[in-house]
Design a protein around this ligand. Structure first.
Ligand SMILES: C[S@@+](CC[C@H](N)C(=O)[O-])C[C@H]1O[C@@H](n2cnc3c(N)ncnc32)[C@H](O)[C@@H]1O
Length: 260
């Protein structure tokens, strides 16, 4: 049976927090309140059903379905099918995006996340969705660890609700981008301000440079409502789908002046 939790959002006047500091309360049977930040994934994933209830039911996140649709639309332009692909899911979390992809059928699905709680939650709640699931920090993987992931010969990279905002840094994204095959497919989502020149965060710069570079051919770009904020405001993101043209070179990475 699905676990139900008593959750409470903070009152309106204390809610004006940056997206990565937003929090809610979890109330236990003795009415004790525990404050949990939306980005404290290691705590959230340990409680079965909590992530799904807060992010998918209350905040109505629609990103796994949207990114999957964008990927399918991109593939359709090349007469390729999802079920032929060997997909690397970066920032796989407890498997929500993987589960969505699996509904459409993929040849292989490999998860990567930085925290062991994500893999444990996936094994607990979505066993069998991934062919393999690695707990790795792609900012500092060894040659052997890279090789281990590469032996799956992934030819598609997806990353859903995981890029920027203190989550996956540009270096880790580029590492994953370079692991997938040349002419592999790429689909991910980013907050709409990441395409705005006034945003000069590392991720924002990377995405703007990448989508106009020779390394990626852009096939699909769609603005959509990712989810609601705790205040009930719609949060708009872009979903992107494209085809890789080659590994990103060290000189391109240098031009981004990313923090070490
Ligand atoms: C909002 S969750 C999204 C999970 C899942 N993709 C989904 O759609 O529900 C973001 C995930 O990114 C992971 N993450 C954050 N930084 C990471 C990094 N450097 N490398 C890999 N995963 C990372 C977090 O642990 C978390 O599981």
């Amino acid at each position: 049976m699905k676990s139900r939790h008593r959750i409470q959002f903070p009152s309106k006047d204390v809610r004006e927090l940056p997206q990565d500091e937003a929090y809610f309360y979890l109330i236990d049977e003795a009415r004790n309140k525990t404050k949990i930040r939306l980005h404290e994934y290691e705590r959230i994933y340990q409680i079965p059903g909590l992530y799904e209830q807060v992010v998918y039911e209350r905040l109505q996140c629609q990103s796994p379905a949207t990114v999957t649709r964008i990927l399918n639309l991109a593939l359709a332009q090349s007469n390729q099918a999802l079920n032929e692909l060997r997909v690397l899911d970066l920032g796989a979390g407890n498997g929500m995006a993987g589960e969505e992809l699996k509904k459409h059928g993929v040849s292989r699905l490999i998860g990567v996340d930085i925290i062991p709680e994500a893999r444990a939650a996936t094994e607990r709640d979505r066993p069998g969705v991934y062919d393999d699931y690695y707990v790795r920090d792609l900012c500092s993987i060894s040659d052997d660890e890279r090789e281990e992931i590469a032996t799956w010969s992934p030819d598609c990279l997806i990353s859903v609700a995981a890029l920027g905002f203190g989550d996956i840094p540009p270096q880790a994204f580029l590492e994953a981008f370079n692991i997938i095959a040349t002419h592999g497919w790429v689909a991910f989502n980013i907050k709409e301000t990441f395409l705005d020149r006034s945003d000069d965060s590392g991720f924002s710069k990377l995405i703007r440079e990448l989508i106009f570079s020779e390394y990626l051919d852009l096939y699909q770009l769609q603005r959509y409502r990712h989810r609601f904020s705790l205040e009930g405001e719609p949060l708009y993101y872009f979903a992107l789908g494209g085809k890789k043209n080659g590994d990103v070179s060290p000189s391109f990475i240098e031009t981004l002046h990313l923090p070490k």
